[in-house]
Design a protein around this ligand. Sequence first.
Ligand SMILES: [Zn+2]
Ligand SMILES: [Zn+2]
Length: 147
Amino acid sequence: MSDRTGHCLCGAVHFNARGMGDTFSICYCDMCQRWGGGPYRGVSVPSEKLEITGRENIATIQISSFAERAFCRNCGSGIWWRMVAGPYVGKTSIPIGLLDDRSGLTLSYEMFTDYKDSTTEVPSGTKQMTKAEVEAIIASFEPGSDA
Ligand SMILES: [Zn+2]
Ligand SMILES: [Zn+2]
């Protein structure tokens, strides 16, 4: 268990999660992929240990009968996925991409693995680019030059 902090893309929503799990899961179901644009990687925290700043910027949507998803009204980042019925009520799953520090998290299980497809694989030999390499390309852009 760890205490971790995180925030959405625009910073309108920040959180402090105490006693967060040190493992994450991946879900390949259609709902997760449409919600986040790809497989969902989530880490669980007891809902009562999730302190949120900027809660007024969060909207929730209940797509299935048993779970709700929350997102930032301003930037659209997914904030949480949680059960609203059944034995797992009281736990909240947070997308690991929101965390300020993902170190120490290990994969515990995958769900809907029969929905995995060729896009979830990274074949050996795929071109790899670091942050510095991408930033060097971006630095060559001249704003407005392609108008
Ligand atoms: Zn936001
Ligand atoms: Zn899913």
